[in-house]
Write a new protein. Structure first.
Length: 80
């Protein structure tokens, strides 16, 4: 019988969550780094904050998961 350690599975989920967050930030970070004239930095920062908010929500859900099934149900929120 195969068993999955919930604590370790959460660590894997968090690593995947961070990877997805970083990939979502990358294009926005590039725009900010380039300092392109006429760029609406406030709009870019708003998009970055939306990513942070969604990530914080997902982080809380991963931390609160009490079973592997519950943790697996969060995977659609973690795109490839």
């Amino acid at each position: 019988m195969i068993t999955v350690d919930l604590t370790q599975a959460k660590l894997v989920a968090h690593a995947r969550r961070r990877d997805v967050r970083n990939r979502r930030f990358a294009p926005l970070d590039a725009v900010i780094a380039k300092q392109i004239p006429g760029t609406d930095i406030a709009a870019i920062e708003a998009q970055r904050q939306a990513i942070r908010d969604a990530d914080a929500t997902l982080q809380a859900k991963i931390d609160a998961a009490s079973s592997i099934a519950e943790l697996k149900s969060l995977w659609p929120a973690l795109p490839e």
